[in-house]
Design a protein around this ligand. Structure first.
Ligand code: NAP
Length: 548
């Protein structure tokens, strides 16, 4: 009997949700390596996940392109050519389209269809997955590749529907080009999406107002073509690059320094940070001082350097002071990469408005009104207001595990998982880079590959054993949840109001959502657990109950 036949009880062996980096690779792995029958559902009209929806001007990855892709297939990695240091949205989409064609993935994907619910049947250990088109499919495994930042957040401003102009959300951008020429545009939000969009919108708009609640630490991207000799050297070093990022701290070729900022003079700190600033990218954040994540005094030394940089770039001292982040540590809120953001505020038709001291009171038919009554007349509003991160994409699916228990109710006080991969009471349901895994604190494709490989290993082992379910024990889950919070509480991360903490969504529990085990050690831990007879999991065979 084939592996597929042994494991099969439903209409298919596995349902995968989503066709971003996660879902595409998961389908390839389960179908082409394990020989399983797989159905994939995708809400969008094409592959790409995050990159299908986020089409706003300037959208591109903040990871260097040579490591922003799959590395499981050396030939795929070698042959794909990125045009710049950071890949642009349309190029990432083209890459994922190429991947879908290369492995003939589309024949198992149903597009334009959202998974609405999935319910576990304890009698035959299968999931019934129901779509918004009314289709139901039974499967032994459900794998959510739903993304960490896929549920867009539009704050419930009073009067939001009354606006007579055009409204856009960066995370749900139209497919056709939006032309802001000659228009008065307002951008609400100053996170990574706004930082990329604002310089380009400013080129078209006749007048641009940026509504800022919290200033961000923004680092130069230093984008551009990669010199041929650098590209060639990288092509020759596939194995080395792969090994280094797999075992790294954050999934980049960056290493934190041994000497702390606390033990360094300001001159020494400048000498360390200046080349990283000039190089651009995340070196100044993920490849500099480790103590700045733990000790505010160390962090303040790095902040001094960054505050001076903003004052150098922004001509108007009042605007510069407003753009200088205050009240939270550098590195604990995701810092965007900048391609001309600060310089945009030197343009006469671009204005920065502080909506922390004077919040947005309402969206009116003609624009934005602040609490003190100031009105801004606008032709278009761009909501760059982020996402219900990490738990949002799981919460919007009606997921019912053992006893019919809703996952979103179980997670009402914050996610509860083992390894950020599975939750007790939800057998055979996996989340790729879900909450409480390194996920968004890493270069995503590296963590996605690790999770997909790990899930495929688990599924192959279950099929081999003739087992029907795997599920974390309550104890293992409790320990992981506690460890997750302990790791975070040892750092300064919880001191910042960020989407890492769920703080961007009113009413969302304030819990640190990703995991701080770091990419290499987390991988080693997962491997050790699997080697050690799946420590912390219960594996059961059908109709016999628990066996391991
Ligand atoms: P975000 O970082 O959550 O930023 C949302 C912005 O909207 C923040 O400035 C926030 O202010 C503001 N905001 C929210 N509610 C508001 C309200 N009621 N009034 C006024 N302002 C409000 O969202 P994002 O920029 O879309 O980025 C989200 C994440 O996606 C990033 O952190 C990153 O991980 C990822 N991303 C990556 C890239 C890339 O790799 N290049 C690009 C874009 C996004 P507060 O800060 O005060 O909450």
């Amino acid at each position: 009997m084939s592996a597929a036949e042994q494991g099969r009880t439903g209409d298919v062996d596995a349902v995968v949700i989503g066709t971003g980096f996660s879902g595409l690779y998961m389908l390839h792995k389960l179908r082409d390596e394990l020989g399983l029958a797989v159905r994939v559902f995708e809400a969008g009209g094409g592959v790409g996940g995050t990159w299908y929806w986020n089409r706003y001007p300037g959208a591109r990855s903040d990871s260097d392109s040579y490591i922003y892709g799959y590395m499981f297939d050396e030939d795929l990695w070698r042959k794909w050519e990125w045009s710049e240091r950071y890949p642009e949205q349309h190029e990432i989409r083209a890459y994922l389209e190429h991947v879908a064609q290369r492995y003939d993935l589309k024949k198992d994907i149903t597009f334009g269809t959202r998974v609405a619910a999935t319910t576990f049947d304890e009698d035959d250990d299968t999931w019934t997955v129901t779509t918004d088109a009314g289709e139901s499919v039974r499967a032994r495994y459900v794998i959510a590749g739903v993304g960490a930042l896929s549920v867009s957040n539009t704050p419930p401003f009073d009067g939001i529907d009354s606006f007579r102009g055009e409204s856009y959300h960066t995370g749900r951008w139209p497919h056709e080009k939006v032309d802001f020429s000659g228009k008065r545009v307002g951008v609400i939000g100053t996170g990574a999406s706004a930082v990329q969009a604002v310089p380009l919108i400013a080129q078209e708009a006749s007048d641009l107002t940026v509504f800022q609640r919290t200033a961000n630490y923004i680092i130069p991207a230093n984008n551009g073509p990669v010199p041929d000799e650098v590209r060639e050297a990288r092509k020759q070093d596939y194995a080395g690059i792969r090994e280094r990022i797999r075992n790294s701290v954050f999934g980049f070729e960056l290493t934190l320094l041994e000497k702390g900022a606390l033990e360094s003079t300001d001159e020494e700190i400048d000498a360390v940070l200046q080349p990283r600033w000039d190089e651009g990218g995340f070196g100044i954040w993920l490849g500099s001082y480790v103590d700045m994540f733990y000790v505010d005094e160390a962090n303040a030394k790095v902040r001094r350097f960054l505050h001076d940089k903003i004052r150098e770039k922004v001509h108007d001292p009042e605007t510069a002071e407003l753009l200088i982040p205050r009240g939270y540590p550098f590195g604990c809120k995701r810092n965007p990469l900048d391609s001309g953001y600060y310089e945009t505020f030197n343009l006469p038709h671009v204005h920065l408005v502080d909506v922390k001291s004077n919040p947005i009171a309402a969206i009116t038919p003609s624009g934005v009104r602040l609490e003190d009554g100031t009105e801004y007349e606008l032709d278009a509003i761009v909501y760059a207001t982020g996402f219900d991160a990490m738990t949002g994409p799981m919460d919007r699916i009606d997921i019912r595990g053992r006893g019919g228990r809703l996952l979103r109710e179980k997670w009402a006080e914050g996610p509860r998982t083992y390894l950020g991969l599975m939750s007790h009471g939800y057998p055979n349901l996996f989340t790729i880079t879900g909450p409480q895994s390194p996920s968004v604190l890493s270069n995503m494709p590296v963590s996605i590959e690790q999770h997909v490989d790990f899930i495929a290993r688990i599924v192959a082992d279950l099929v081999e054993r003739g087992a029907s379910t795997i599920e974390p024990t309550q104890e293992a889950e409790n320990s992981w949840v506690a460890e997750n919070q302990q790791l975070a509480e040892a750092t300064l991360f919880p001191t910042a109001d960020t989407w890492y903490m769920g703080a961007n969504i009113p009413g969302k529990p304030r819990v640190f959502l990703p995991n701080l085990s770091f990419v290499g050690p987390y991988r080693a831990k997962c491997d050790r657990i699997a080697d050690n007879e799946y420590e912390g999991f219960t594996i059961s065979t059908a109709r016999e109950g628990a066996t391991a």
